[in-house]
Design a protein around this ligand. Structure first.
Ligand SMILES: Nc1nc2c(c(=O)[nH]1)N[C@H]1C(S)=C(S)[C@@H](COP(=O)(O)O)O[C@H]1N2
Ligand SMILES: [Mo]
Length: 218
């Protein structure tokens, strides 16, 4: 279904119609380049609502092909080694926010803490919104700039940005950074997530290798 995608440039057209309908309420949804007045986040929610999760009520369940299934509180995550990084945040629809600061636990560190079984080869992510799902291969999940993030923009991740805890996959387009992260299942093969079922590439590299246009190049 991605035949002819490379080189199209007009991302909104290249992607699946359903995905485009979902993001279609974003003004001028970036067909062909950066939006005027860029450099700011658009807030996305598939469901149209933001799940409100008190920091003390937050839980992250890690299950599947792991040695020690576990449930993490926010305090548990904050007590683990902290990784900080700053990157540009890029949505495939053409907006980009430069130099966004993030803090959280490396997904790799979290996986080490539960231990993986030999058959483990991919991860499936679930959201408190009950709608968004995501996937990564184990190799992608192990990259040093993939975080289970609890701080963003110099403050706790806000509800609208997916707080208390969201995924942040720095090398990929924004749709891989699932908000309101509720569960991680370790599985034996990639299960394409919500955006992928609606036409986005499973491997959402933001470096041009997906055949998608990097907003910086527009
Ligand atoms: N749960 C959930 N996570 C999500 C989305 C969503 O609709 N729901 N949208 C994705 C997309 S397409 C992008 S570009 C980013 C946007 O992040 P922001 O809403 O914090 O700007 O969130 C990603 N994570
Ligand atoms: Mo996006």
């Amino acid at each position: 279904m991605f035949l002819g995608l490379a080189g199209l440039g007009a991302l909104g057209i290249a992607f699946g119609a359903r995905a485009q309908a979902i993001i279609g309420d974003v003004a001028g949804s970036g067909l062909g380049g950066l939006l005027p007045g860029g450099d700011r986040f658009r807030i996305y929610s598939i469901t149209g609502t933001y799940p409100a999760i008190a920091p003390t009520a937050y839980r992250l369940k890690v299950s599947g092909l792991v040695e020690r299934p576990a449930t993490f509180t926010l305090a548990d995550l904050e007590a683990m080694p902290r990784t900080k990084l700053a990157r540009d945040f890029q949505c495939v629809t053409g907006w980009r926010v430069p130099d966004v600061h993030w803090e959280g636990v490396r997904l790799s560190d979290l996986l080490d803490s539960v231990g993986l079984r030999p058959e483990a080869s991919a991860l499936s992510f679930e959201s408190y919104d009950g709608a968004d799902t995501e996937s990564l291969t184990l190799d992608q999940a192990r990259l040093p700039d993939v975080l289970v993030a609890y701080r963003m923009l110099g403050a706790p991740v806000t509800t609208e940005h997916g707080g208390p805890v969201r995924l942040y996959v720095a090398p990929m387009f924004g749709y891989k950074s699932l908000k309101w992260l509720s569960a991680i299942r370790v599985v034996d093969q990639v299960e394409p997530g919500f955006w992928e079922q609606n036409g986005y590439p499973v491997n959402g590299w933001a470096d041009g290798s997906t055949g998608l246009t990097d907003p910086r190049a527009s």
